[in-house]
Structure formats: structure tokens, C-alpha cells
Design a protein around this ligand. Structure first.
Ligand code: SF4
Length: 329
């Protein structure tokens, strides 16, 4: 039986952190045998907001490839590619731009949200407004059945579905499938200060952090602020360390909760315990990505191989698109 098709991408904007890992990449790894997965390094998407700062883009794309592989994505079980090497995405973006109403783009929640929040750059550009059309191209060009998303991203996927529907209607065809959301359960990790883990807050633990950096970050985590002495009863629900235990040390969670509430465990030993569990997870990934990055030519070769594979698939769809629009000379 033919596997259902999945597409998902990640922007090469810096090093992947544990929040990204548990929010997306861990799911990608889990899906790669059950589905025909197409995962891409979204360098053109990075340009929609970072068009003026491209000096690190190439290196960030290579690092992201290393992060993908070190996390368990396997090029023999899924297609991993660089968006800008599959030019068909740009062609479809152009064609979809012709028939996408401006109002669809302007009402996109991320568009309004980011316009209000990003103040250090001018993102009032044509490319930023049009990024949902680029995203739709990324998805529709592979005939995706599903896109792994969190609930908050469903509105974005709806625009891709609308674009597919409109194209099929305009050109009396059925070539585009309307992709469905694949709602994936992901483990939620806060940042080391208890807020959302985000590079802009400086509270991340990155796959690229050295084991020593990780140790320091864990030992510096915010705990229950009301707990001063070891025998003070703690409130694990407000403690960042405890939130991490839930992800990295599930089996000990009930015991830690009981001991914390009863004032029978010190925060330093609780953190030490967590640090060992995180190290057991993080260090092998760190070592693997360091080894991979010592041979960037190998990573670039894999990027090209994956992109060639993706291009073959994308071209099959583009032939149908050109035909439907009478531009297939
Ligand atoms: S004992 Fe552990 S869970 Fe309780 S407040 Fe301290 S670090 Fe947090």
C-alpha cells in the first residue's frame, strides 16, 4: 500500500534547541517510517523576515542538516532537502501568487501578529505578505496528504487548502490534494527561566551547546522561588526543573513531587539528578552533530542528494500544473 505523504520544514535561523526538538523534530523522526516524509530546510522562508541579514544563512542551513541527522532523521527513510535547491517551489509560488486574493494573505494571523511584534526589521515587504503562498507551494507540490502541525498552526494550513481548492476550481482540475493537519502530541518544555523556550529570551538549551554549557544552564534553572531552605515544602508545579523532569525523567516524577512537597529533597540535588538525565539524552546528539559538522562537504553532498530526490517529485507535479494553466510548451 502506498504511504501517505507528509511535508514539513524548519527555518535555518540558528541552532535547534530542545524546545524545537520536542515540539517538532522528535515527531518527524517518529513519522519517517509510517509516512512518505519530505522534510526541508526552509531557507527561502528565513528570507521572508531575515532578507537583509544573510551572512549566516549558508552555515545555518548546514548546521540544521547536522541537527536533523543527529536527531535521528535518516536520508534513506525520508527525503531531506534544501528549499532553495528545488526551484520548482519558486515557480509554483509565482503561479499561486497570480490567483491568491490579497485579502487571504492580509488576514493570516501570523502576518498581523508578526507585523505588530517585529520592530527591529522592516517586514512590510511583498515577500513577507506572500509567505503563505510559498508555504502552500511547499506543501501542494508534493501532493501532501498531511502536514504535522500544532493546533495553533491550523489556520495556516487552511490557507493552503483554500489555495488548492481555488486552483483546482479555476483550471477545472483535481491535481492538488487538500492537505489535512496531522495533530501530533508533543512534549512541552519551558525555557530555563520558566518562560517559553525561545532564542530571543536567551533561555534555550541548544543541541549545539557543549555538555558543560548544558550543565551550567541546568544548575542555573529557576526553581520554586518560595523555597529557601531544603526542608521548606516545595511547589513543583511552579518549578522549571520539575517541568524538565516530566520530559527527561518521567519514572521518578511521582517520587520527586512527593519529596519536594514534603521538604525532603534539596533543589541542588534535584537539579543534579536532572542534569544527568539531560546529559544522557543530549551528549550523544551533541557528539554526533559535532562529528557531522567536521565534514561539511559530506553534509552538503547529502543536501544535494536529498534535493535532487525532491526535485524529481516536484517536477512531476509542476508538469501537471503547467499543463492545467496552458503554459506547458
Ligand atoms: S526540589 Fe526539585 S522540584 Fe522541588 S523546587 Fe527544588 S528543584 Fe524544583
Amino acid at each position: 500500500m502506498q504511504k501517505k505523504i507528509i511535508v514539513s520544514g524548519s527555518r535555518p535561523t540558528g541552532n535547534i534547541h530542545l524546545g524545537n526538538y520536542f515540539g517538532a523534530i522528535a515527531n518527524w523522526v517518529a513519522l519517517q517510517d509510517e509516512y512518505e516524509c519530505n522534510y526541508f530546510i526552509a531557507d527561502w522562508h528565513a528570507l521572508t523576515t531575515g532578507y537583509a541579514e544573510t551572512k549566516d544563512l549558508r552555515q545555518n542551513s548546514i548546521s540544521l542538516m547536522a541537527d536533523f541527522l543527529a536527531s535521528g532523521l535518516d536520508p534513506s527513510r525520508c527525503t531531506i532537502f534544501l528549499q532553495s535547491l528545488v526551484r520548482q517551489h519558486a515557480e509554483l509560488f509565482l503561479l499561486l501568487s497570480m490567483n491568491t486574493p490579497l485579502s487571504w494573505l492580509e488576514r493570516c494571523p501570523t502576518y498581523k501578529d508578526q507585523l505588530a511584534n517585529i520592530k527591529d526589521r522592516d517586514i512590510t515587504t511583498y515577500g513577507f505578505l506572500g509567505y503563505p503562498a510559498l508555504m502552500a507551494s511547499d506543501i501542494l507540490i508534493y501532493g501532501a496528504d498531511y502536514v504535522p502541525v500544532g493546533e495553533d498552526q491550523i489556520p495556516h494550513l487552511e490557507i493552503s487548502r483554500e489555495m488548492a481548492r481555488r486552483f483546482n476550481h479555476l483550471y477545472s482540475t483535481e491535481i492538488f490534494k487538500e492537505p489535512l493537519p496531522l495533530l501530533t502530541k508533543s512534549k512541552v518544555l519551558p525555557g530555563t527561566d520558566g518562560r517559553k523556550m525561545s532564542k530571543s529570551y536567551g533561555n534555550t538549551i541548544a543541541l549545539a551547546d557543549t555538555p558543560e554549557e548544558v550543565r551550567k544552564k541546568v544548575m542555573g534553572m529557576i526553581t520554586d522561588p518560595a523555597r529557601i531552605r531544603k526542608d521548606d515544602p516545595g511547589h513543583p508545579d511552579v518549578c522549571t526543573v520539575f517541568a524538565f523532569h516530566k520530559v527527561f525523567n518521567e519514572s521518578e516524577v511521582p517520587e520527586i513531587e512527593e519529596k519536594c512537597k514534603g521538604g525532603c529533597i534539596g533543589c541542588v540535588s534535584c537539579k543534579k539528578n536532572l542534569q544527568e538525565k539531560i546529559a544522557a539524552f543530549h551528549t550523544p546528539i551533541y557528539e554526533k552533530r559535532t562529528e557531522l559538522l567536521s565534514d561539511p562537504d559530506y553534509l552538503v553532498r547529502l543536501i544535494h542528494e536529498g534535493s535532487d530526490k525532491a526535485m524529481t517529485k516536484a517536477e512531476i507535479m509542476m508538469k501537471k500544473v503547467r499543463q492545467a494553466m496552458q503554459i506547458d510548451f
